[in-house]
Design a protein around this ligand. Structure first.
Ligand code: SAH
Length: 500
């Protein structure tokens, strides 16, 4: 196999960046050499397509190829709703039917648990529930961070970065974002033209407007607009406010100053131009009942969150409330328990648990997030939760040591973890196993690192008295938080079982 070779193949799988994967059998070079299965990655091809491709880069066991033609489209190929889906880096698999996307994600979670986690295939099939898909896989994101640039004619444009690059593909309406944003972006572009506001230029560091951050409350319908500026102000700010404040649902307009070079979108300085600094949104708590698949029954309970331009907040609240309702269900709380929420962010899961536990401890490394978490607890009049700033691998051992020196047992009924993509640290895993709560709930945005961690968490253990125990996987629930992307979330319940 070499560069510029042209060949035909069938796409059988999806790679980690959404590219299609096919195989060919390389014939044996000599009689004692076996046939070799050779893997080819093809961007913009979907499972089931028969395609002709041209090899761009050939390595020992795999190659990257360019799509030349789709000779027989997959029966699961659909017309992407977004005209620039192929160029934009945001979605990767819009051309695949949504039900097939869900099937792919379900398989990915189960395969990783078997291949990386080393769990028995029949156990995984038995305990994994069908993935929870979105009712409407479009218009679900509550946040857009849109870069501002200049087109070849010198006009300001908003758009999205093309896949793996920093060049802007012009657009004002994103198929997975809020349709109202189109009007906001066009209004800002009109203002830029009228007032000659220069777009920021990444290469030279000159220009003013860098990014536009728009956030909307799915339930509150409040909309926040934050303009990220390479400076402290914009020309004719009153005109800008006049144009934006009359748009539907807008309740907050602010300027964020970011004079740094580089990729970080937001600076630390924020100035409100009009309205409130933050918006409020709600996550509802559901009772989950399983009847083949999960059903979500409203409980009337909800948690409110105040979201400033600088705070982290889940981008798909409708799926998040389902995800966290499952976490709550898995924790089986009845008001008497002590629960830990590691990697708690702004306290989303902690506050869900606090309503049903005796006490909750949240641990988070980012100080601003902890401040938001404490404010959110206050906003909801929740008093049985405490947040600690620090890394889980530092906070947890210190907590256990403190209890040891006070000769107290540390009563922990359930530990919930929701780590970033890289998963858990070995120290954290060690302390979790030493604390040995009856239940552990793992929330993950990367099934591969989760499977690696679950292997360690389910290894045979001995407590201080020499009694053997181990954690057993009880339930696995994949959830689609990000339709049209290759990402998948998973919640796993483990229980402590005595003996071997
Ligand atoms: N459960 C939260 C956030 C999950 S994202 C929510 O639903 O909103 C993961 C969080 O882990 C981030 O907020 C990140 O800042 C935090 N984090 C990353 N490394 C950490 C560590 N070593 N210890 C504690 N928190 C960490």
């Amino acid at each position: 196999m070499k560069k510029d070779d042209v060949l035909q193949l069938t796409i059988e799988d999806i790679g980690s960046d959404g590219e299609g994967i096919g195989h060919i059998d390389l014939s044996a070079g000599s009689y004692d050499e076996p046939q070799r299965r050779y893997t080819i990655f093809v961007k913009d091809a979907v499972i089931g397509d028969v395609v002709t491709v041209k090899i761009m880069k050939a390595l020992q066991s795999f190659a990257y190829a360019k799509l030349v033609s789709i000779d027989k489209p997959s029966p699961d190929r659909v017309e992407p709703k977004c005209p620039i889906a192929a160029q934009c880096g945001g979605c990767q698999i819009q051309a695949l039917d949504y039900n097939k996307q869900l099937e792919f994600k379900q398989k990915k979670v189960m395969n990783d648990l078997v291949r990386i986690g080393g769990f028995d295939e029949s156990l995984i099939s038995e305990i994994t529930d069908p993935i929870i898909g979105m009712e409407d896989p479009y218009c679900y994101r509550n946040k857009e961070q849109v870069p501002v640039g200049t087109d070849k004619d010198g006009n300001p444009v908003t758009g999205f970065y093309a896949s793996h690059t920093h060049s802007i593909v012009p657009m004002t309406s994103c198929a997975i974002g809020d349709p109202e944003n189109d009007l906001i972006l066009n209004t800002i572009l009109d203002y830029m033209k009228a007032e000659n506001v220069p777009s920021y230029d990444e290469k030279t560091g000159a220009g003013l407007l860098r990014h536009i951050l728009i956030r909307s409350g799915v339930y509150s319908r409040e909309v926040m607009i934050c303009l990220v500026v390479n400076g402290d102000s914009l020309p004719s700010e009153e005109k800008l406010v006049e144009l934006l404040r009359v748009l539907p649902f807008v309740t907050s307009i602010s300027i964020n100053t970011n004079k740094s070079r580089g990729n970080v979108i937001l600076g630390r300085k924020l100035r409100v131009l009009w309205g409130e600094e933050s918006i409020v949104d709600t996550l509802h708590i559901y009772k989950v009942e399983y009847e083949e698949t999960a059903h979500f029954i409203p409980t009337g309970e909800a948690v409110n969150f105040r979201i400033s331009p600088l705070s982290f907040y889940q981008v798909n609240p409708k799926q998040t409330e389902k995800l966290y309702s499952i976490v709550l269900e898995y924790c089986r709380l009845n008001g008497h328990e002590t629960a830990w929420d590691l990697y708690c962010g702004i306290g989303t899961i902690s506050l869900f648990l606090a309503k049903h536990a005796k006490e909750v401890y949240g641990v988070e490394s980012v100080e601003d997030a902890v401040r938001d978490a404490r404010n959110n607890a206050r906003l909801n009049n929740i008093e049985n939760v405490e947040f600690e700033t620090g890394r889980a691998e530092d906070v947890l051992p210190a907590y256990v040591d403190r209890h040891k020196s006070e000769h107290r047992k540390h009563p922990v009924d359930v530990i919930v973890v929701d780590p970033p993509r890289k998963g858990l640290d070995d120290v954290t895993i060690g302390v979790m196993l030493a604390m040995a709560p009856p239940r552990i709930v793992y929330v993950s945005c990367d099934p591969a690192t989760m499977s690696r961690d679950l292997k360690k968490l389910t290894a045979a253990q001995k407590d201080a008295a020499g009694n053997e125990f181990s954690y057993k996987l009880q339930r696995v629930q994949p959830v689609d938080q990000f339709g049209h992307t290759v990402h998948v979330e998973t919640v796993v319940l483990m229980s402590r079982v005595e003996g071997k």
